[in-house]
Design a protein. Structure first.
Length: 682
């Protein structure tokens, strides 16, 4: 049995949760659920980091004891996770006795093994980063991490002999035993390790900081907060003698052992740490060397995420630009927030946060693409098939587009079916591959390709029309669309768990979410009841002047369009604004040559002059409607700035605009009058 042990950073209990924290936990939650879909056993931990200077200062500012302060703050994190539909198996606090025991035992072992030494030390100390810097590290005399002031401190301290593990660490990364994703982050760590690795100060004198775990061999000192915090990943699964205490404290929630192994032996080899790029050094240098010194294996895998930015600047409490995830959750619901976080940000890269972008994601992906697909399909079932999944008629073929949708669905779950990515997606990967590489944004984009393909099927096969003349043809389309929806919902469950389950209910599937190995196209039973239901996702409108992010002062400025008093009578699907329209570079083109494309029934290859923009090769899917002779020498309308793409091994560098007539023929849009090639159309 393959397993997956996911951890989030344990969040500082010095302030309320913000969107960066919500992101980390949501990504880890979604990855955990994807591993469940892959048939793995999972264990998922999060928690709070409750010692150290920052926490002590936050408590001092509030005039309460650090313990009272962390007791209050940890609750805000603990309550947030279920509210965001994340489902950690364990919430660990570093002030729990079971964890303090682990830290002290680990310290004692390193001390006994002479891997900790007492030394006198001086350096520039940054309170904000809680660490010493050398003179050359400073930037303009300030802390290079936080930009805050530093002070010169001289004191005796205890040092972990980290330098001894430099080469073993390099070996672990280079051999792939420590897999750091995305790969550029592994290079960053290796780059850091090109300089000699120093020893690590792991104590703080109580005279300066009392809020920490006392060193077992010197009562005048407490443990450096990172040494303490990183060990939570071991405590949580019962390492270092925590197993019995875990069982007593957590009961059924404790990680369990397997195959005669302890819970630590079961889970540790399967660990995947999720963390932000700002805490890469602590996780990928301090932590593995600590583990090696303790005789344990370094972490198996890391997923290093980027930052949510506001106007290209990192959100931080000190800048006062943090976004409150609870505010957004209250306004749009947890599923929309999860969707936005997971779909908008490429794992590992930075992304700009804006409420406008969140609204757009909701309207485009959820309300339009997914919501409409489910709604339209279910409506036909309701109106024409007595509210029941239609029976597949014998001997009726699937339309080519429907076949490609089916192939895509089966390909996504890992079936070995030939599948060619077309139009909207340049490349599509099976889910197990993108999940293994932790490219969850790609997983979601690929599943949305299936959703879009199914919408194209509805648009092209027109079951709402054919049902009146050829009910069997409509039954084929609808049955397979329902299956496609079932596949898509199952595959989107890790991102939007409640919605996915609601969609399954809506299409008459009562078998629940299935591991991919049990997902079979064609299992949806004919005759299953498809209940009536309303829209799955409200559409939102961003009011003029309402801006991104600052949810606190933008309260309820967004109302679902449907309930707006001043909403226009017409319903516009996926409206775009003027700027988006102006982004389209539409031009008059003159077709200089046209010829059929070998082995393609549909494509014509055109050479088109766009005047000042030069020549373009355009592959147009019109061979069944137009002859080359009908095009050569004529003027057409071209979308000139469409991303070029390859079809049948040839580049298509623009799109010919066509209108579809009532009988399904395609006719070119032509300028009425003497507009020269290259003229702009707006
Ligand atoms: N307590 C330490 C972690 C110890 S783990 C043994 C800590 N806590 S934190 O609360 O400051 O940050 C936790 C996580 O939130 C980090 O991974 C950090 O990258 C992430 N984020 C904080 N701000 C962020 C954004 N603006 N965007 C995305 N994530 C960011 O560090």
């Amino acid at each position: 049995m393959t397993r997956f042990y996911a951890t989030t950073p344990i969040y500082y209990a010095n302030g309320k949760p913000h969107i960066g924290h919500a992101y980390c936990t949501t990504v880890a939650d979604a990855a955990t659920r994807y591993h469940q879909l892959l048939g793995e056993q999972t264990y998922f931990c999060t928690g709070t980091d409750e010692h150290g200077q920052k926490v002590q200062e936050a408590a001092d500012q509030r005039g309460i004891s650090p313990q009272q302060h962390v007791d209050e703050l940890q609750a805000t994190f603990r309550e947030l996770w279920p509210a965001l539909h994340t489902a950690p198996d364990q919430f660990i606090r570093t002030t729990e006795p079971r964890h303090e025991g682990v830290v002290q035992r680990a310290l004692q072992q390193l001390w006994d093994d002479k891997l900790i030494e007492k030394r006198s030390f001086s350096g520039w100390y940054s309170t904000s980063a809680e660490r010493f810097w050398t003179e050359k590290d400073l930037v303009d005399g300030r802390c290079p991490d936080t930009g805050q002031a530093v002070v010169w401190l001289e004191e005796a301290n205890y040092f972990f002999l980290m330098s001894r593990f430099q080469q073993p660490l390099i070996d672990a990364i280079e051999s792939g035993r420590m897999r750091i994703l995305p790969a550029n982050r592994a290079n960053e760590v290796l780059g850091f390790l090109r300089e000699p690795l120093l020893d690590l100060c792991i104590s703080r004198p109580k005279s300066r900081l009392s809020w920490g775990i006392e060193l077992p061999f010197d009562a005048d000192f407490v443990t450096y907060v990172w040494f303490d915090a990183l060990l939570n990943y071991v405590t949580a699964i019962g390492g270092y003698g925590a197993e019995a205490e875990n069982a007593a404290v957590l009961g059924d929630g404790a990680a369990s052992g397997a195959d005669g192994l302890s819970s630590f032996e079961t889970w540790w080899p399967k660990v995947c740490h999720f963390l932000g790029k700002d805490i890469l050094t602590t996780h990928a240098v301090y932590w593995p060397t600590m583990l090696m010194a303790l005789g344990l294996a370094p972490p198996r895998q890391y997923c290093v995420t980027g930052w949510w930015l506001m106007d290209d600047t990192k959100m931080s409490k000190s800048l006062g630009n943090v976004v409150d995830p609870l505010g957004l959750k209250d306004k749009y619901g947890p599923e929309v927030l999860r969707w936005f976080l997971l779909r908008e940000m490429a794992v590992g890269q930075d992304a700009n946060f804006s409420e406008a972008a969140l609204v757009k994601r909701n309207n485009t992906d959820l309300a339009n693409d997914l919501g409409n697909l489910v709604q339209r399909t279910a409506a036909i079932v309701d109106q024409h098939f007595g509210g029941q999944v239609p029976t597949l008629p014998e001997g009726r073929a699937l339309s080519p587009l429907l076949q490609s949708a089916q192939a895509l669905g089966r390909y996504l779950i890992g079936e070995d079916v030939p599948f060619e990515a077309t139009a909207s997606a340049q490349q599509v990967w099976p889910v197990d591959k993108t999940v293994d590489e932790l490219k969850l944004h790609v997983t979601l984009a690929d599943v949305m390709t299936l959703v879009q393909r199914l919408n194209q099927v509805l648009a092209q096969d027109q079951p709402f029309k054919t049902v009146k003349t050829d009910k069997d043809a409509a039954a084929v389309t609808i049955y397979h669309c329902l299956e496609g929806i079932r596949f898509a919902a199952n595959l989107l469950w890790p991102a939007i768990p409640e919605t996915a389950e609601a969609i399954l209910t809506r299409i008459g599937w009562s078998g629940g979410i299935l591991p991919l190995s049990k997902l079979t196209w064609g299992d949806l039973p004919a005759g299953a009841k498809v209940p009536k239901g309303g829209a799955l996702f409200p559409r939102y409108k961003l009011e003029d002047g309402a801006d991104a992010g600052k949810t606190a002062d933008a309260k309820q400025k967004h109302a679902p369009i449907a309930t707006q008093q001043d909403a226009p009578e017409v319903h516009i699907d996926n409206p775009i604004d003027y700027a988006q329209f102006m982004a389209l570079d539409l031009r008059v083109g003159e077709v200089l040559s046209a010829e059929p494309v070998k082995k393609s029934k549909k494509l014509l290859r055109l050479q088109v002059s766009l005047g000042e923009l030069g020549m373009r090769q355009i592959l147009a899917g019109v061979a069944e409607h137009l002859t080359p002779a009908q095009l050569i020498g004529t003027k057409i309308q071209v979308l000139a700035n469409l991303q070029p793409r390859k079809l049948m091994g040839m580049w298509s560098q623009g799109m010919m605009m066509l209108a579809e007539t009532a009988d399904g023929a395609l006719v070119p849009m032509r300028p009425d009058g003497d507009a020269p090639a290259g003229s702009k159309i707006a």
